[in-house]
Design a protein around this ligand. Structure first.
Ligand code: HEC
Length: 131
Protein backbone atom coordinates (compact mmCIF):
# COMPACT_ATOMS: atom_id res chain seq x y z
CA UNK A 1 0.00 0.00 0.00
CA UNK A 2 2.80 2.34 0.99
CA UNK A 3 4.62 1.39 -2.18
CA UNK A 4 1.64 2.19 -4.37
CA UNK A 5 1.16 5.53 -2.67
CA UNK A 6 4.81 6.39 -3.12
CA UNK A 7 4.70 5.34 -6.75
CA UNK A 8 1.69 7.50 -7.48
CA UNK A 9 3.32 10.47 -5.79
CA UNK A 10 6.44 10.02 -7.91
CA UNK A 11 4.36 9.57 -11.06
CA UNK A 12 2.26 12.68 -10.48
CA UNK A 13 5.44 14.61 -9.66
CA UNK A 14 6.89 13.59 -13.01
CA UNK A 15 3.71 14.48 -14.83
CA UNK A 16 3.60 17.85 -13.17
CA UNK A 17 7.24 18.60 -13.92
CA UNK A 18 6.80 17.63 -17.55
CA UNK A 19 3.63 19.73 -17.84
CA UNK A 20 5.41 22.82 -16.58
CA UNK A 21 8.40 22.37 -18.86
CA UNK A 22 6.21 21.87 -21.90
CA UNK A 23 4.12 24.93 -21.23
CA UNK A 24 7.30 26.98 -20.96
CA UNK A 25 8.61 25.49 -24.18
CA UNK A 26 5.36 26.24 -25.94
CA UNK A 27 5.44 29.87 -24.83
CA UNK A 28 9.05 30.17 -26.05
CA UNK A 29 8.08 28.62 -29.35
CA UNK A 30 5.04 30.83 -29.83
CA UNK A 31 7.21 33.87 -29.18
CA UNK A 32 9.75 32.50 -31.65
CA UNK A 33 6.99 32.14 -34.24
CA UNK A 34 6.07 35.80 -33.63
CA UNK A 35 9.72 36.82 -34.02
CA UNK A 36 9.96 34.87 -37.29
CA UNK A 37 6.80 36.62 -38.48
CA UNK A 38 8.27 39.99 -37.56
CA UNK A 39 11.35 39.33 -39.70
CA UNK A 40 9.11 38.43 -42.63
CA UNK A 41 7.09 41.60 -42.07
CA UNK A 42 10.33 43.59 -42.17
CA UNK A 43 11.16 42.05 -45.56
CA UNK A 44 7.73 42.82 -46.94
CA UNK A 45 7.62 46.40 -45.71
CA UNK A 46 11.31 46.86 -46.52
CA UNK A 47 11.86 48.08 -42.99
CA UNK A 48 15.26 47.54 -41.44
CA UNK A 49 14.12 48.37 -37.91
CA UNK A 50 11.39 45.73 -38.07
CA UNK A 51 13.83 43.09 -39.37
CA UNK A 52 16.29 44.05 -36.62
CA UNK A 53 13.55 43.73 -33.98
CA UNK A 54 12.58 40.26 -35.14
CA UNK A 55 16.22 39.17 -35.25
CA UNK A 56 16.84 40.51 -31.75
CA UNK A 57 13.89 38.52 -30.36
CA UNK A 58 14.94 35.46 -32.33
CA UNK A 59 18.43 35.59 -30.87
CA UNK A 60 17.20 36.03 -27.32
CA UNK A 61 14.79 33.11 -27.68
CA UNK A 62 17.35 30.89 -29.39
CA UNK A 63 19.39 30.91 -26.16
CA UNK A 64 16.56 29.10 -24.39
CA UNK A 65 16.49 26.38 -27.04
CA UNK A 66 19.84 25.17 -25.68
CA UNK A 67 18.05 23.67 -22.69
CA UNK A 68 15.44 21.80 -24.76
CA UNK A 69 15.28 18.05 -24.34
CA UNK A 70 14.81 16.74 -27.82
CA UNK A 71 13.54 13.17 -27.88
CA UNK A 72 14.41 11.15 -30.91
CA UNK A 73 13.12 7.60 -30.61
CA UNK A 74 14.16 6.68 -34.12
CA UNK A 75 17.89 7.16 -33.61
CA UNK A 76 19.53 5.78 -30.49
CA UNK A 77 22.84 7.52 -31.26
CA UNK A 78 21.10 10.89 -31.38
CA UNK A 79 22.81 13.33 -28.99
CA UNK A 80 19.86 15.43 -27.80
CA UNK A 81 21.92 17.87 -25.76
CA UNK A 82 24.39 18.52 -28.57
CA UNK A 83 21.58 18.91 -31.11
CA UNK A 84 19.79 21.56 -29.03
CA UNK A 85 23.02 23.49 -28.39
CA UNK A 86 24.06 23.31 -32.06
CA UNK A 87 20.63 24.41 -33.30
CA UNK A 88 20.53 27.32 -30.84
CA UNK A 89 23.99 28.47 -31.95
CA UNK A 90 23.20 28.12 -35.61
CA UNK A 91 19.97 30.08 -35.25
CA UNK A 92 21.89 32.91 -33.59
CA UNK A 93 24.54 32.94 -36.35
CA UNK A 94 22.04 32.65 -39.19
CA UNK A 95 19.86 35.47 -37.90
CA UNK A 96 22.96 37.61 -37.48
CA UNK A 97 23.89 36.94 -41.12
CA UNK A 98 20.34 37.66 -42.22
CA UNK A 99 20.37 41.10 -40.64
CA UNK A 100 23.76 41.95 -42.15
CA UNK A 101 22.62 40.81 -45.59
CA UNK A 102 19.43 42.86 -45.32
CA UNK A 103 21.34 45.92 -44.17
CA UNK A 104 23.75 45.57 -47.09
CA UNK A 105 20.81 45.47 -49.49
CA UNK A 106 21.36 41.78 -50.34
CA UNK A 107 17.68 40.93 -50.16
CA UNK A 108 17.92 37.65 -52.09
CA UNK A 109 20.59 36.36 -49.75
CA UNK A 110 18.65 37.55 -46.72
CA UNK A 111 15.48 35.70 -47.78
CA UNK A 112 17.52 32.58 -48.53
CA UNK A 113 18.96 32.73 -45.01
CA UNK A 114 15.43 33.20 -43.72
CA UNK A 115 14.36 30.06 -45.49
CA UNK A 116 17.34 28.14 -44.03
CA UNK A 117 16.20 29.21 -40.57
CA UNK A 118 12.61 28.12 -41.18
CA UNK A 119 13.87 24.77 -42.45
CA UNK A 120 15.72 24.35 -39.18
CA UNK A 121 12.56 25.05 -37.21
CA UNK A 122 10.79 22.37 -39.17
CA UNK A 123 13.64 19.86 -38.96
CA UNK A 124 13.53 19.96 -35.17
CA UNK A 125 9.73 19.70 -35.08
CA UNK A 126 9.91 16.72 -37.39
CA UNK A 127 12.04 14.89 -34.82
CA UNK A 128 9.87 15.84 -31.87
CA UNK A 129 6.35 15.78 -33.15
CA UNK A 130 6.83 13.71 -36.30
CA UNK A 131 5.27 16.61 -38.25
C1 HEC B 1 15.92 22.35 -31.31
C2 HEC B 1 14.51 22.14 -31.54
C3 HEC B 1 13.61 23.23 -32.01
C4 HEC B 1 13.87 24.21 -32.95
C5 HEC B 1 15.16 24.47 -33.70
C6 HEC B 1 12.64 24.94 -33.11
N1 HEC B 1 11.66 24.44 -32.32
FE1 HEC B 1 9.71 25.01 -32.27
N2 HEC B 1 9.26 23.47 -31.06
C7 HEC B 1 10.21 22.72 -30.39
C8 HEC B 1 9.56 21.93 -29.37
C9 HEC B 1 10.26 21.04 -28.34
C10 HEC B 1 8.17 22.17 -29.52
C11 HEC B 1 7.03 21.51 -28.79
C12 HEC B 1 6.95 21.92 -27.38
C13 HEC B 1 6.14 20.88 -26.65
O1 HEC B 1 5.21 20.27 -27.21
O2 HEC B 1 6.46 20.66 -25.49
C14 HEC B 1 8.04 23.16 -30.59
C15 HEC B 1 6.81 23.68 -31.02
C16 HEC B 1 6.69 24.82 -31.80
C17 HEC B 1 5.45 25.49 -32.15
C18 HEC B 1 4.07 25.02 -31.75
C19 HEC B 1 3.67 25.65 -30.44
C20 HEC B 1 2.29 25.21 -30.02
O3 HEC B 1 1.56 26.06 -29.48
O4 HEC B 1 1.94 24.04 -30.19
C21 HEC B 1 5.77 26.60 -32.88
C22 HEC B 1 4.79 27.63 -33.44
C23 HEC B 1 7.21 26.62 -33.02
N3 HEC B 1 7.74 25.53 -32.35
C24 HEC B 1 7.93 27.61 -33.68
C25 HEC B 1 9.29 27.50 -34.00
C26 HEC B 1 9.99 28.40 -34.89
C27 HEC B 1 9.38 29.59 -35.59
C28 HEC B 1 11.28 27.94 -34.96
C29 HEC B 1 12.42 28.47 -35.76
C30 HEC B 1 12.68 29.87 -35.82
C31 HEC B 1 11.36 26.76 -34.11
N4 HEC B 1 10.14 26.53 -33.54
C32 HEC B 1 12.51 26.02 -33.96
C33 HEC B 1 11.57 22.66 -30.64
C34 HEC B 1 12.22 23.40 -31.61
Amino acid sequence: MKKILLMSIVASGLLFAEGVVNRENIKIMQDLETATGTVLKGFLYNNKAVVANGVKDMQKLSETIEAFEIQNNENKDFDAKKYAIDEAASMATLSDNLLKQFEEGKKDEATRTYSTIVNKCIACHKIIRKW
